[in-house]
Design a protein around this ligand. Structure first.
Ligand code: HEM
Length: 530
């Protein structure tokens, strides 16, 4: 206050004679003027001042919050890149990069770290984990322990468990819905979320919750509320981890988070109790084959340390958060892309039905992942293309510029600035892809020499480098097996014409609008459903 009154006196105002309201107005005016000068100064002289971009991108946080709360952030960033180029200004100290090659180069080591506070504030539930950490040593050590659960050989060993929790019950449910071969329609957004939940719960918590059968389970509610809580506490981090009964939505999120943690700890303790009853020196003993078991058994080769119960729980929860919506949305967008592009649809259906004709006698066979990869190349290309065009994690994966700064073209960004990668913009950049906005699975099948330059560099849908998605292989297995088997068993069509014009709507991830995507299914072999 002293500073303000001195300033007012300097400006010739008789402070002693001012009433409280007038004084308040003067203070507000001075604060506003100060804010305006600082903003204009940053706009003109901040490190990103010369980077191309819309004029308002350098005006502080408005643009950031506007984009954050719109459901079209992915589109806004993409259009700005199309207009201003591959490196654009997104804030006074932030640029976005849509050049896939450059993005992959920057992400190829641990030098460009995650912004620690942001990831901790949003994603840290219980303890630091592989997703939230910004510390390369912690990350390397944790990845050594977790990665064995997600390699192809391990996943192949677990395939029956994965399909047993996901694709098989989904097919059984759909056949039950199609009594006597009748068509039925379902909201795939909910069905696929149930599937991906059941798979992760089975693998990382040790038990499927059968959400495919029970769409109304309270766990779905906890999850939705937890995600909303993460979005809110990302902006208002002071609300995090405390009861706030006067803000019902935040409070609900807080309670949901506690429920999820309690569930994880309970499931892990149940497994530990079960293991205690086994004689594991006996080779005939039946030890569960899943991610939870691998996490519990994991031992650091350098230190010999194991993960304790809370550490395992925090990794299991992060797998649930990172591995359910993402995979379920990838499944939704793949079905959408197939239906939206009938000629691709026809080709992929022919491929599946020619290679794996469905007869009543083999109805319970599942087309396994290795068979999909070996015999259904077009389907694989369709899935790759769908992940390119509709990356579930679509925008703003931020990293901090390390010591020494970053020079791109004629721009220099000092250490501490942020570079942001948007998989949606990178996967659709005309710098790298021919017909970037079109759905062209054939681009992934061309001989090497004729391949789209983009295919050689690859997409950023699972990110890249040491911090790339650890669950990529699991997600790909779920997607390939589920789509191949759904094609084999059912004819699909949009349940209503409006679903053919579905627009992505971004809420942290690239959702289908209002989480509603209804598809009508008719069984290909009526007798399977009677
Ligand atoms: C189609 C499905 C999926 C997509 C598109 C996807 C995408 C991504 C992306 C873009 C990242 C980087 C995030 C960042 O840096 O902020 C990531 C990281 C991660 N994902 Fe996935 N993901 C998928 C499925 C899964 C699954 C099934 C799991 C379950 C295990 C999983 C677990 C993780 C974890 C633990 C990380 C952090 C990895 C690290 O920092 O080392 N994801 N994912």
């Amino acid at each position: 206050m002293g500073l303000f009154t001195n300033l007012l006196s300097l400006a010739g105002v008789d402070v002693a004679s001012l009433d409280a309201l007038t004084l308040f107005r003067w203070v507000a005016l001075l604060l506003f003027t100060r804010w305006m000068f600082t903003t204009l100064y940053k706009w003109k002289f901040s490190p990103t001042a010369k980077v191309p971009g819309p004029w308002f991108a350098g005006l502080g946080s408005f643009d950031f919050y506007f984009r954050l709360f719109s459901d079209k952030n992915y589109q806004v960033i993409h259009e700005r890149h199309l207009q201003y180029g591959p490196v654009i200004r997104m804030g006074t100290r932030m640029v976005s990069i849509s050049d896939g090659k450059l993005a992959k180069e920057l992400l190829s080591t641990h030098r460009y770290r995650k912004p620690a506070a942001k990831y901790r504030d949003i994603f840290q539930i219980l303890l630091p984990n592989i997703f939230t950490t910004a510390d390369p040593d912690f990350h390397r050590q944790r990845k050594r322990l977790l990665m064995p659960a997600f390699t192809w050989p391990t996943l192949r060993r677990m395939e029956e468990t994965i399909t047993g929790a996901g694709t098989r019950p989904l097919l059984a449910k759909f056949h039950a819905l199609a009594q006597n071969g009748q068509p039925f329609s379902v909201n795939l957004s909910t069905e696929f979320l149930g599937l991906t939940f059941d798979v992760i719960m089975r693998l990382a918590f040790g038990e499927s919750l059968n959400l495919i059968q029970d769409n109304d389970s309270e766990v779905f509610g906890w999850f939705g509320s937890l995600l909303r809580y993460m979005v809110i506490t990302r902006t208002f981090s002071f609300l995090k981890d405390k009861p706030v009964p006067y803000l019902p939505m935040v409070h609900q999120g807080y309670l949901s988070k506690r429920n999820v943690v309690a569930l994880a700890l309970r499931k892990i303790r149940e497994r530990q109790a079960y293991l205690a009853t086994l004689d594991r020196s006996d080779p005939k003993v039946d030890v569960p084959q899943d991610v939870l078991q691998i996490m519990l058994d994991a031992q650091d080769p350098e230190t010999g340390a194991n993960l304790n119960t809370e550490q395992v729980a925090s990794e299991a929860i992060v797998q649930m958060v990172a591995g359910t919506d993402t995979t379920s949305l990838a499944l939704c967008w793949t079905v959408f892309a197939i239906l939206r592009h009938p000629s691709c649809g026809e080709r992929v259906i022919n491929e599946v039905l020619t290679e794996f004709p469905l007869r009543a006698a083999n109805a319970s066979d599942i087309i396994e992942y290795d068979h999909v990869k070996a015999r259904l190349p077009y389907l694989t290309a369709v899935i790759q293309e769908s992940l390119r065009v509709y990356p579930p994690v679509a925008s703003s994966l931020a990293r901090v510029v390390p010591k020494g700064g970053l020079t791109t073209g004629e721009h220099f960004l000092p250490a501490g600035c942020t570079v942001s990668f948007s998989p949606y913009a990178i996967n659709r950049s005309p710098l790298m892809w021919s017909q970037p906005e079109e759905f062209v699975p054939e681009r992934w099948l061309a001989p090497e020499a004729e391949m789209d330059p983009g295919c050689k560099v690859g997409t950023l849908s699972f990110l890249s480098g040491p911090r790339a998605c650890i669950g990529r292989n699991l997600a790909l297995m779920e997607i390939h097996v589920t789509i191949a088997n759904l094609i084999r068993h059912f004819h699909w069509e949009f349940a209503e014409p409006r679903f053919a014009d579905l627009e992505p709507s971004e809420h942290v991830m690239l959702h289908v609008k209002d989480d509603e995507f209804r598809v009508k299914f008719t069984p290909r072999t009526p007798e399977l459903s009677s």
